[in-house]
Design a binder for this molecule. Structure first.
Ligand SMILES: [Zn+2]
Length: 305
């Protein structure tokens, strides 16, 4: 067994394992032609198949294949013996048997859910198997088993699946990302696992839009809050304005009488002739401050009006 052949088998098997869920034990569906070729090539399937595929294998066939071999007579007696040692998998033709090729084809319908390999020398069956995605195909050439490379149908289906997965994955991811951004959570790993550049850009654009929207909402929220605060401030200032207006009116009233309030205090200081100089100064300062304060207050009030 050449190493390159096994390398190819490993590579192809890896593709089916990674993309179509093919797992050990590998289920190899044999037809009469494959059994016949194995017999002629003196290939010990039970020994050589697991070695070639580097994993546990199960040799399987169907009732239809066995029935076909029986009807073909003694020329295929050896092949029939090989097939009879295989595990028989249930096919849907338990009432009316069909040809081996039709039967095996029906076993890999609808996406090959049981992950069967089809092993045949029948060119017609091989062509039909290749048109179904995700079905590993085996044949014998020059007395050697070969796992065929994944068919173009298989690889094309996988390419489409990759793109679809990528888009649906990114759609889901962008929804999550937008939700996370809206909640104020910074998604630092955004786009790291992105496969498709177009999907990547779409995600970035959506993320950017979400960010802008979030920032706008924050600004609006702040404005709304600020507006309320301004109103509250204005309301707090209203009584103050009112008080200042009262003071101003009172001052104007007293001014009209030609009598500022601090005159009374100075007069009072003069009356208190027996108080100490220090106390007089203190009272004088109080009067001066009162004067300044009133003028300042009046100026402030004027500036408000
Ligand atoms: Zn059948």
């Amino acid at each position: 067994m050449k190493i390159t052949r096994q390398k190819h088998a490993k590579k192809h098997l890896g593709f089916f394992r990674n993309n179509f869920g093919v797992r050990e034990p590998y289920q190899i569906l044999l037809d009469g032609t494959f059994c016949q070729a194995a017999l002629r090539g003196r290939i010990q399937l039970r020994e050589q198949l697991p070695r070639y595929l580097m994993g546990e294998t199960q040799l399987c066939t169907t009732r239809c294949v066995l029935k076909e071999l029986e009807t073909l007579g003694k020329d295929l007696y050896g092949a029939k013996l090989i097939a009879q040692k295989c595990q028989v998998r249930n096919c849907p033709h338990f009432k009316n048997a069909v040809s081996g090729s039709d039967c095996l084809l029906s076993m890999v319908e609808e996406g090959n859910p049981h992950h069967y390999f089809v092993a045949t020398q029948d060119q017609n069956l091989s062509m039909k198997v290749k048109k179904k995605p995700g079905v590993p195909l085996m044949f014998i050439i020059q007395n050697t088993m070969v796992l065929d490379k994944p068919s173009s149908k298989t690889t094309h289906t996988q390419d489409l699946k990759d793109v679809t997965d990528s888009v649906s994955y990114e759609n889901g991811r962008s929804r999550k990302s937008a939700a996370a951004t809206s909640n104020g959570v910074d998604n630092k790993n955004k786009g790291q696992l992105t496969k498709h550049p177009l999907a990547q850009r779409a995600v970035e654009r959506r993320g950017h839009e979400a960010k802008i929207k979030m920032e706008m909402e924050q600004v609006l929220e702040i404005k709304a809050k600020g507006g309320v605060q301004n109103l509250e401030d204005s309301e707090a200032e209203l009584p103050q304005h009112h008080g200042q207006n009262e003071e101003r009116l009172e001052a104007q009233h007293k001014e009209g009488e030609g009598k500022w309030p601090w005159f009374e205090e100075e007069r009072l200081i003069g009356k208190l002739s027996n108080v100490s100089l220090e106390q007089q100064n203190s009272l004088g300062t109080l009067a001066k401050n009162r004067e300044k304060g009133t003028i300042f207050s009046t100026l402030l009030t004027s500036s408000y009006l």
